[in-house]
Design a binder for this molecule. Structure first.
Ligand code: EPU
Length: 434
């Protein structure tokens, strides 16, 4: 297990290029199984989650080949309908295989992915979607078994207590694309990653209208064909670099991003005193306004609301911005595992129900901290960039699931960040009891 050593205090200055979106790529790999023909995915980020997904669909029987650092070929001609728990448990996004396997093969068996540190992650909306398409669903021995031998279009409502489900919507769209008749999905997620999935399905021959809205209509077709698809830029990665610029009082040009996916985030950054300005060719320039940082308020919501996947990183920023900031989680109300670690760095944060109340403006001090999940890892690294002295972030494998070459990209911007083996950790940092 690698660790990151960060010497904080450097202003980040320079240019960085956005990678392809993780949360687009994963369902797109699943979508490629809907056809018997080969598909090519381009602009796929180099991440451990992508390797897991490739491993799972290879295990299903597909030919999966990495053509170059960011392109993959998937030939799913001969696949089976079940995936083993040893592979599925590594990644919750494997639940996206339910829809394509059920639709293409008439049945699917996928183990429930299990618990997750960011909170309860049920799959009732995925099941509701498939049942609404006339599939029989059974949960037995921890395995979701679907009989979809007679998949038919239906009227679905996919709103849940915390809004719509992103991967639940993805499953519904993929299954409906090959179901007979017309499906309407009310309360569908409309994240850019869902739009990207629909764009790929259109290229494969699917009939979908209402793309980008909360009401989709899908007319099922008999078969889909292979396609070539270029994954959209990762909006969460882009925003994380924008926060890195703000937290270090730096100036960063982010190349190849899609700023129209950052609406709610850009508003909060403006409130905080960080300017995002569009430049030519999908480039975004980030710098702190001459008046400096202000406190801000965030409520996470499904798109187009403020993304939960940026709450942890914004909490780190709130520690630096002078004044009282409040961050409220409406998507995963207990997604605050980064808070105890930020406290170890001298942050002043109190958790009040699903809200973090942050008294910012104090310089943080480096400390050994433990990453609990992907976005918490990014938050701790951002805090380390702004802190005095050295921060050691442990369990960096969480970061490798979702940030393509984070350390390398940060170093190119002037950060002092090193990836080291765990045994490089100073002895005084090793916990007594483990
Ligand atoms: N929910 C239900 N029932 C369901 C499914 C979800 O109640 O059947 C609830 C969840 O508990 C949560 C809310 O609905 O409160 C939203 O969950 P959603 O299903 O949308 O999450 P997801 O599809 O499993 C994706 C991203 C997550 C991101 C969430 C929310 C992928 C592969 N994952 O997960 O990304 O946090 O949407 O935007 O797309 C990350 O990248 O760090 C990450 C966790």
């Amino acid at each position: 297990m690698d660790v990151f050593r960060i010497s904080g205090g450097n202003q980040l200055i320079g240019a960085v290029t956005a990678s392809g979106s993780k949360n687009s790529s994963l369902p797109l790999f699943a979508a490629s199984l809907l056809s018997e023909e080969e598909s090519i995915l381009e602009n796929v980020p180099e991440l451990s989650d992508i390797k897991f997904m490739a491993e799972i669909i290879r295990d299903l029987g597909a030919e999966v080949e990495k053509l170059n650092s960011h392109s993959w070929r998937v030939n799913p001609k001969a696949i089976v309908h079940y995936a083993p728990y040893e592979l599925v448990r590594k990644m919750r996004a494997s639940i996206c295989l339910l829809g394509p396997l059920a639709a293409r093969l008439g049945r699917a068996e996928i183990p429930m992915p299990g618990g997750c540190v960011i909170g309860n992650r049920p799959i009732d909306l995925h099941i509701r979607a498939l049942e609404g398409l006339s599939a029989q669903v059974e949960l037995k021995g921890g395995i979701v078994r679907i009989d979809a031998s007679n998949l038919r279009g239906g009227s679905l409502f996919l709103g849940g207590r915390h809004g719509s489900s992103v991967t639940g919507t993805a499953n519904a769209i993929m299954a409906a694309s090959l179901a007979s008749g017309i499906t309407t999905i009310e309360g569908s997620a409309c994240e850019p990653e869902i739009v990207d999935l629909c764009e790929m399905l259109l290229k494969m021959g699917a009939q979908i209208t209402g793309i980008g809205s909360h009401l989709l209509s899908i007319e099922g077709v008999d078969r889909l064909h292979g396609c070539r698809h270029h994954v959209i830029p990762d909006r969460i990665e882009t925003a994380t670099y924008a926060i890195a610029a703000g937290i270090t009082n730096g100036e960063i040009l982010i190349k190849g991003c899609q700023s129209e996916h950052l609406g709610a985030f850009a508003n909060v950054m403006q409130e905080c005193g960080i300017e995002l300005s569009n430049q030519a060719k999908s480039n975004l320039l980030i710098k702190v306004s001459p008046k400096g940082l202000n406190p801000f308020k965030v409520i996470t919501l499904p798109y187009p609301g403020f993304p939960t996947d940026l709450q942890a990183q914004m909490t780190a920023l709130a520690c630096i911005a002078p004044g009282l900031s409040i961050l409220t989680e409406r998507v995963y109300p207990s997604r605050f595992m980064h808070v105890p670690e930020l406290l170890r760095m001298g942050a002043e944060i109190s958790l009040e129900g699903p809200s973090a109340v942050v008294q910012g403006g104090k310089r943080l001090t480096g400390a050994p901290v433990m990453a609990s999940d992907l976005r918490a890892s990014a938050a701790l690294i951002l805090a380390g960039l702004a802190a005095k002295d050295e921060t050691w972030v442990q369990r960096i494998y969480h970061l490798d699931r979702g940030y393509d070459k984070f350390d390398k990209k940060l170093r190119a911007l002037g950060a002092e960040v090193e990836r080291l083996p765990e045994n490089a950790l100073p002895k005084s940092f090793t916990p007594f009891f483990e």
